[in-house]
Design a protein around this ligand. Sequence first.
Ligand SMILES: Nc1ncnc2c1ncn2[C@@H]1O[C@H](COP(=O)(O)OP(=O)(O)OP(=O)(O)O)[C@@H](O)[C@H]1O
Ligand SMILES: [Mg+2]
Length: 324
Amino acid sequence: MSETILKVDHLKTYFDVTKGVFAKKQIVKAVDDVSFEVYKNETFGLVGESGCGKSTLGRTIVKLYEPTDGSIEFEGKDISKIKGKELKAYRKDMQMIFQDPYASLNPRMTVGEIIKEPMKIFNIYDTDEEREARVRELLDIVSLKPDHIRRYPAEFSGGQRQRIGIARALAVNPKFIVCDEPISALDASIQAQVINLLKHIQKEMGISYIFIAHDLGMVKHISDRIGVMYLGHIVECGPSDVVYHTPLHPYTQALLSAIPIPDPDVAKAKQRIVLEGEIPSPINTPAGCPFASRCPRATERCRKETPKPVQLGERSVACFLYEK
Ligand SMILES: Nc1ncnc2c1ncn2[C@@H]1O[C@H](COP(=O)(O)OP(=O)(O)OP(=O)(O)O)[C@@H](O)[C@H]1O
Ligand SMILES: [Mg+2]
């Protein structure tokens, strides 16, 4: 059994979006009772449609958002309520890479200053020479040139900027990185390079990742295990190839049937499930299974009761169809 580094238990992150003092309360349940574990050195993929709560879950784990309820254990310690020094220590271990490499780098700082900044915040080196030397090492790791150190983000392409973002995350020697759609804004030809770089870094430095994306085909490629999210819930979770090749939750099945298959014979044999209706609003969500309103197999019970995850071997699935 692999060693657990991160354990998320019944985590909830709600946003109060009520307008006006006398208005009816409006609560967005962006993350609603989510539990999963990430093992040391592994990549845990988080996949789901836009608005299902992936970024909110990632941001809650790195403590950019306060959880409403539940716990987040990192190396066996609940960090959901830590403050001050403990929080600072956690921030060094737990880094994040963002989707938009244009918005996430300060345009007025040079590449060297951007990568040095976290080293200064966390007092990692005593002198500027040491920091400078480390920046050069990091630039080499992410395949940028030494003379890039004095340039500004505007002089770089999207793929190069994401490399700068990766170098900045690595500057503090983290144990864990939440990668929030790090390649979604990049050209297809550059995406593979950045993925390979992240994989290489993981192997060399032994870092654990949460890798967020909305395309299951791509997440499968990079992840050891996958969690499929729908409307704030993880509906299915397990080893990548198990979830990918034999999806059990009707939502995972629908997500997969939307991926184009290059082989026409396989494509013909595979039944395409078309999701009907819009993804419901996450404001004041009704009781029952989150997927009930779009599920081809929903029953009366699914509209009233929320199914709990059922463990089937290494996989868990939150659907009454698999109740033991
Ligand atoms: N700060 C906030 N205040 C209020 N509502 C928010 C806030 N952040 C996110 N939400 C809402 O929470 C829900 C989940 O959003 P989130 O950004 O986590 O989704 P996502 O899965 O990352 O989507 P995408 O694939 O588009 O990035 C959405 O309905 C969103 O509008
Ligand atoms: Mg997002």
